[in-house]
Design a protein around this ligand. Sequence first.
Ligand SMILES: Nc1nc2c(ncn2[C@@H]2O[C@H](COP(=O)(O)OP(=O)(O)OP(=O)(O)O)[C@@H](O)[C@H]2O)c(=O)[nH]1
Ligand SMILES: [Mg+2]
Length: 430
Amino acid sequence: MFDKIKGSIEKFSSRNVADKEAVKELVKDIQRDLIRADVDVGLVSDLTDEIKEEALKEDLPSGLSRKEHVLKIVYDKLENLLGEKAEVEVEPKNILLCGLYGAGKTTTAGKLADYYRKRGMKVGLIAADTDRPAAYNQLKQISEDVEAEFHGDPDAEDPVKVVEEGMEKLDTDVTIVDSAGRDSLNERLKQQLSDMSDAFQPEEKYLVIPADIGQSAREQAEMFHESVGITGVIVTKMDSSAKGGGALVACADSEAKVKFIGTGEKMGDLEEYDPVDFVSDMIGQPDLESLLEKIEEMDTDPEALLEGDFTMMDFKEQIESVTQAGVMEEMMQQLPFSSNKLPDNMQDMTEGKIENYTVIMDSMTDEEMKDPSIIKGSRRERIAKGSATDKSEVGELVKHFKQTKNMMDKFDKKSMKRGNMKDMMSKMGL
Ligand SMILES: Nc1nc2c(ncn2[C@@H]2O[C@H](COP(=O)(O)OP(=O)(O)OP(=O)(O)O)[C@@H](O)[C@H]2O)c(=O)[nH]1
Ligand SMILES: [Mg+2]
């Protein structure tokens, strides 16, 4: 789903104008992408209606282009659809895994053990799937792979007894119980999970579900939530199913929240769930970065913006370094993509504009260079006259400076001063 939406957004971004037609097409594309990922049709329809309405009807916030405005709306709506980021505390706890046949419980038990061990916890695994004879060996092997302590009994028939023995034997910070699967959540499974819970007193009860069940994840999550009291969901096989998006959205729409996702068969293939990551990846990091900077800037007091480290003097130096010996062209050539993916304010840095900026800054007083926020009214007029430019160009430069400053204050100032644009670009993930 995420790859597909990314493609649709890229298609929209590469258009010259974000007119009604372009927005309509983007909405149609996203609609198709979401439905293919098995996202509930009702949710898709609500989401795309909202995007269309807000993207076309709302007044444009000043400082944002129509295209940026649309992207921001899409960003917000998708993030909303995908629910909340997981809060995962690394602290001693008992974790009980449950779920239906083949969901990925045993593999996930190993992945969680690996996750907590790498974060300094002493971990133990308990093999409480007494139904399937091979389950014991599978978990034993996994615990050796991830260097976790292990307890199990290949001949045991009562999983509760195995759990109790395991708790006696293991002296671990994080203890994880792998339970048996079923075709469905029947009375026997409910009873077994409830008895194990009573003995084990787990802080976390995670339901493991595979991505390929798509939107029916919602029903399953709610059923387990009601009868077992799960504290979260782990969605596995995100790497091998096109329906992962549908499963994540379905869980976000339920009472049970996604905590981790499984992204492969290896023990390291477990990630904390973070919708922002997915969405940033879809929109494209450089676009998103400049977009969020702009929005942040609009919400901020302009005076406060100028108090940071990066000054107009630095800006001038930086601009001058860019004009030297075609640094700009060289930089563009080294980038792994076409210039239309650059943040707007970089893309606009044509040679002519850079020259103009230099002339305008030459007409500013030291006081104005130190604190460009005072450049208003008559000062702006004087500078425009002195540099034979237009008042609007002076305003544009100040705005451009603020945007750049906002961005620069996040990065290493020294490398900026050296005019090391490449370094800066790599820091921005460009
Ligand atoms: N590609 C991929 N495969 C996974 C992932 N998680 C688990 N698997 C595979 O899914 C299959 C079933 O995994 P198990 O961990 O045995 O599932 P289970 O829920 O314990 O199964 P039962 O105990 O039989 O109910 C195995 O072949 C795993 O390698 C994942 O995130 N990605
Ligand atoms: Mg298993």
